[in-house]
Write a protein that binds this ligand. Structure first.
Ligand code: ZN
Length: 55
């Protein structure tokens, strides 16, 4: 579980959108990219992200 404080300061590197934690991933609310969490640390790298099927 990622601290809300940390989530509040994180931004999607692709679009600078806000992110939330969902199913042990960081999900961008704006573009829908999903970023992995490794060892409890969000990995906000575009290269590591999964593009949303919706977008
Ligand atoms: Zn984004």
């Amino acid at each position: 579980m990622i601290e809300q404080k940390l989530l509040d300061i994180l931004l999607c590197p692709a679009c600078q959108g806000d992110v939330k934690e969902e199913n042990a991933k960081i999900v961008c609310l704006k573009c829908g990219r999903k970023y992995p969490i490794k060892n409890g640390i969000p990995v906000l790298l575009i290269d590591e992200s999964e593009k949303s099927a919706k977008a």
